[in-house]
Design a protein around this ligand. Structure first.
Ligand code: SF4
Length: 619
């Protein structure tokens, strides 16, 4: 659309701006363009929950177009959980609707004196009073806004978790029914939204998205859609959802169990894709323009966990399930639904509960600290009961709302050794001791402990090639192979483009960089090759790295929790393994053109990528 909204919350002023063509060519959109704004417009060391932080929602050029799985938007800000570059991304339909309302993105700055929500419709925008929405969870907020504005509006909002500044609060969208929704989950950006007193953005419109070569784009987009529709990816993900990974990771001995004390979960068959299909699945849900429908609609028909909603996903089965040693599928599913309602990141929430359980097991937390509750591994009811406590910051929930690193710093007694986070962001459900190269990806991901920055789990755990990078296979998963670091670097660069253009990263399994480059070219109308795809991805990756270096990140921060570096897995196919990170880091920095001592991108590298303007930020 070429148009971005700027909302100054301190005085309620809304303005429009139009990024110049050169900037759009360099950064495309989405998380990358947002990072460009964040780096330019904020100073080092700002309070993530203060008025100087900016909260930037941004779609990509492909968002809302017919290319497969292009309903995504990104959110960027300084993260209150990690203190570094915070980025989260979500699909569903709201990204499309923001764009169709006439805007590529929204930059919020300052803090409102009272709760507000933003309405964007047919090229216009206004702030509205939201006091009546404050204190409401995500589906109720969505319902009330639709009652005010009409059913055609789509909503992105925070729940009570974001209002209460839970450090890992999510921003949710498409919460059209109780317990439904898609999450921009990571890095606590829902807390940034809460700190600014912005409850929601409601969007509607039919604006036409300009396409430079409409006929060619349509034909190519349809062809790529058909390829995805006929792919093995669809056959697997549609049938079993992301839960398909439960068995595949468990069989490698890498399914984090009891707060990562082991990687073997004996009851995997109670929570895997088949168990979901046989017991609770009532429907499948796609995102915009996606033939896959990996989303699950589940219902627990009776009993104390009776509920219906959207989920669970592999990551909730891991974090709220195996990490807490819970094998009750119904309880995990309800805990996931509650995270949807309170607006909490399931990965950080589950890891934090698992961490607290181990603290209790070791006597670091006692019943005096836990409102008299026994924090025992395997207690399904406890996991369910803790989600509202965290969202409300009630009792022990106030401590858990801080995330594992903050908790460990408070509790001491070496608990940081089993706080399963990198740079403050809790880890996803793949144990790097069972697939070593994933450890490098966690250690270097710009937003902290993240699996989809580099998305190396496919090749590492499944020996599965991804079309997006040539020669994407990695070697023996139980060996630290320095040459595999090239694949991590190229994956990080390639998948960064998806966050910039508004695409779903699952498409990287099926479509190549040539496919995506050609779509970008037809849409935008200038030459864009697979080489441009790779260089642009590298530019975007380095841009976020520069933000982090400016915030004080060094090589010493590119590391893993001591448990993964020092504590061998006790059983399973990866028994006896830890991650030896340093040789991987050395090789990776070499591929990246980063200084091996400091972890900084060299000045030459930044100049090569056209990032001369950021050199002064870190040199
Ligand atoms: S693959 Fe799944 S997450 Fe990605 S766009 Fe399709 S339905 Fe959404």
């Amino acid at each position: 659309m070429g148009k971005i909204l700027r909302v100054d919350l301190a005085n309620g002023k809304i303005s429009e701006e139009f990024p110049d063509e050169e900037t759009l060519k360099m950064y495309l959109g989405g998380a990358a363009l947002s990072t460009w704004y964040l780096l330019k417009e904020t100073k080092k060391g700002i309070d993530p929950l203060g008025p100087e932080n900016k909260l930037i929602f941004m779609t990509g050029p492909l968002t809302g177009t017919p290319s497969p799985s292009t309903g995504r938007y990104s959110v960027v800000a300084r993260s209150p959980l990690t203190g570094i570059w915070g980025q989260a991304n979500s699909a569903g339909f709201w990204g499309r609707d923001l764009k169709r309302s006439g805007f590529d993105g929204v930059i919020f700055e300052g803090i409102s004196s009272k709760p507000v929500y933003l309405v964007t419709e047919d090229g216009k925008a206004e702030l509205r009073e939201a006091s009546h929405l404050w204190g409401k969870n995500t589906s109720e907020t969505t319902k009330l806004i639709k009652e005010d504005l009409g059913d055609k509006f789509n909503v992105a909002c925070i729940g009570i978790g974001g209002e209460n500044l839970v450090k890992y609060a999510a921003i949710m969208n498409d919460c059209d029914e109780p317990n439904y929704g898609r999450a921009a989950g990571r890095c606590g950006l829902g807390a940034v939204m809460g700190s600014k007193k912005v409850k929601a953005i409601a969007s509607k419109g039919n604006a036409k998205i300009e396409v430079a070569n409409p006929e060619e784009y349509k034909t190519e987009a349809k062809q790529r859609y058909d390829w995805v529709n006929q792919s093995l990816l669809k056959m697997t993900l549609e049938v079993f959802g992301t839960a398909t990974m439960v068995d595949l990771v468990n069989v490698k001995g890498g399914l984090p169990t009891r707060n990562w004390q082991t990687g073997v979960f004996p009851a995997a068959d109670k929570i895997n894709g088949t168990a979901i299909n046989e017991n609770i699945l009532i429907g499948r849900k796609p995102c915009f323009a996606c033939p896959i429908a990996c989303g699950r609609i589940a219902e627990i028909k009776e009993g104390k966990y009776k509920s219906k909603g959207e989920g669970p996903e592999y990551e909730s089965l891991g974090a709220l399930g195996t990490m807490c040693d819970v094998d009750n599928l119904e309880a995990i599913t309800l805990a996931h639904f509650l995270c949807n309602e309170y607006g909490l990141d399931v990965i950080s929430a589950g890891n934090t509960i698992g961490f607290a359980m181990e603290c209790f097991e070791k006597g670091i937390l006692t019943k005096e600290d836990t409102d008299g509750l026994e924090f025992n591994f395997g207690d399904a009811d406890l996991v369910v009961d803790l989600i509202p406590k965290i969202g409300n910051r009630e009792g022990v929930g106030d401590l858990l709302a801080e995330g594992t690193r903050n908790m460990a710093n408070k509790l001491g007694k070496d608990s940081i050794k089993f706080a399963m986070q990198v740079k403050g962001l809790e880890l996803p459900a793949y144990d790097s001791r069972a697939a070593k190269i994933t450890g490098l990806a966690y250690a270097t991901a710009n937003r902290g402990g993240c699996h989809i920055t580099g998305y190396i789990e496919g090749p590492a755990f499944l020996a599965m090639p991804f079309m997006i990078v040539e020669n994407a296979m990695v070697g023996d998963s139980l060996k630290e192979n320095p040459e595999d670091t090239r694949v991590v670097k190229e994956f990080e660069d390639a998948f960064g483009i998806f966050d910039a253009i508004g695409g779903c990263k699952f498409m990287g399994m099926v479509l190549s960089s040539e496919d995506w480059a050609s779509l970008i070219e037809k849409l935008l109308g200038y030459s864009f090759t697979a080489t441009d795809f790779a260089i642009t991805g590298e530019r975007l990756y380095n841009l976020a790295r520069v933000y982090n270096i400016r915030e004080g990140i060094t090589r010493a921060d590119d590391t893993l929790p001591p448990r993964l570096l020092e504590e061998p897995l006790p059983e399973g196919p990866a028994k006896g393994h830890v991650v030896n990170l340093d040789p991987l880091l050395d090789a990776y920095y070499e591929y990246r053109g980063w200084d091996k001592e400091t972890g900084k991108p060299t000045q030459e590298k930044l100049k090569d990528l056209g990032l001369d303007w950021v050199i002064q930020e870190i040199y």
